[in-house]
Design a protein around this ligand. Structure first.
Ligand SMILES: NC(=O)c1ccc[n+]([C@@H]2O[C@H](COP(=O)([O-])OP(=O)(O)OC[C@H]3O[C@@H](n4cnc5c(N)ncnc54)[C@H](O)[C@@H]3O)[C@@H](O)[C@H]2O)c1
Length: 335
């Protein structure tokens, strides 16, 4: 197989980002779309030259002309569609969060494993510069042993009420901070304990559905490193800062300023060794989703090992669910 023929299920906001990203991957071809709202299918099809609009996702999954699907529906619909797609023998890219409960995530992952299909979850931060390079440099031992990792994660105010709802979108922890749980596991390995605090400080939707709009979370990794995350939907600006401290050096990444900013690496704590810099303005939109699309396409074609897999998403989900429980119980929880 030299080309992946891909169908899109759910043609809302993120599907346009995904379609634009796949347009940058020569071996990927979007060949079909289904959305319950016909006009949404038509808009995506027209904008990206997708030749066929299906009348149901089952019809799309039954097509021999489709190798893989991008699942871009609201979160509460992910489980059914992903399992049906895996059972139909299609490779699956599922937008994050994978689902709303750990049990759902595990069932989805099992379906992919049982059917021998690739299941990638939309953790595009892994593919956004400089995060992938940071991973390589941590793994190469350049900053020594990890001491601490700290991040402030800013999401935008949700565009729809379902994002706050534990039954539909999962709220801030599961919808947005899940990216950071995945990134932390990728960088620092498995987590031993987690404690979170948070509340619905600003938004009526969060109050109504009993999910937080601001969260502070502390983690301890099995390797002894410490972690902390401050997550907010109400800061008024998007994106994140990330600091990583090791015994031989440190990284500081600032993706503020409209998805841009600078990244500094200080390799050596001895002054006057200067920090190195990155300057990656707009990296998320320019590279993150495209690299993610390339990873999915190339793993379907058997060219690279899978990344951001169903198994990874199950582990990230555990952390989000435990952090949620930690807030409710005001307790430090063992993973
Ligand atoms: N990775 C990221 O950066 C990122 C960013 C935004 C959203 N997301 C995730 O993507 C998913 C979709 O979010 P969105 O912002 O695009 O939402 P959206 O509401 O803009 O789009 C969802 C689309 O799904 C369609 N839909 C609803 N039920 C359907 C069904 N049964 N079959 C087919 N289509 C159906 C809707 O008509 C709508 O067009 C969510 O899980 C969200 O958390 C990920």
């Amino acid at each position: 197989m030299n080309e992946a023929r891909i169908g899109v299920i759910g043609a809302g906001r993120i599907s346009h980002v995904m379609a634009a990203a796949h347009a940058q991957v020569p071996e990927s071809r979007l060949v079909g779309v289904f959305d319950v709202v016909r006009g949404a299918s038509e808009r995506l099809a027209e904008k990206f030259g997708i030749p066929r609009i299906y009348d149901s996702y089952q019809e799309l999954l039954a097509s021999d002309e489709i190798d893989a699907v991008l699942v871009c529906t609201p979160t509460f619909l992910h489980e059914r569609i992903v399992i049906d797609a895996a059972n139909a023998g299609k490779h699956v890219f599922c937008q994050k969060p994978m689902a709303l409960t750990l049990e759902q995530c595990e069932r989805m992952n099992e379906a992919a494993v049982r059917n021998g299909v690739v299941l990638q979850v939309g953790f595009m931060i892994r593919f956004t510069p400089p995060f992938a390079e940071v991973k390589e440099r941590i793994d190469s031992g350049e900053i020594g042993d990890l001491i601490a990792i700290r991040s402030a994660v800013f999401g935008w105010e949700p565009t729809a009420e379902w994002f706050y709802d534990p039954e539909q979108g999962g709220g801030l922890l599961i919808d947005t901070i899940i990216h950071t749980f995945d990134l932390y596991r990728w960088y620092a390995g498995e987590v031993e304990t987690i404690y979170a605090d948070g509340g619905a400080y600003v938004f009526e939707g969060a109050r109504k559905h009993g999910t937080p709009d601001n969260v502070m979370c502390s983690l301890k990794f099995r390797n002894g490193a410490m972690g902390s995350i401050y997550g907010s939907w109400s800061s008024g600006y998007g994106d994140k800062t990330l600091e990583i401290y090791g015994t031989k050096g440190s990284f500081f990444i600032d993706l503020m300023e409209a998805q841009g900013g600078r990244a500094f690496i200080k390799k050596d704590k001895q002054a006057p060794s200067p920090a190195e810099g990155w300057n990656n303005l707009g990296v998320l939109w320019k590279f993150g989703y495209q690299q993610e699309a390339r990873q999915f396409t190339h793993s379907i074609l058997g060219r690279v090992p899978p990344s951001a897999t169903g198994a990874d998403a199950v582990e990230a989900q555990k952390l989000a669910m435990l952090a949620d429980r930690s807030i409710r119980q005001a307790a430090v929880l063992k993973v």
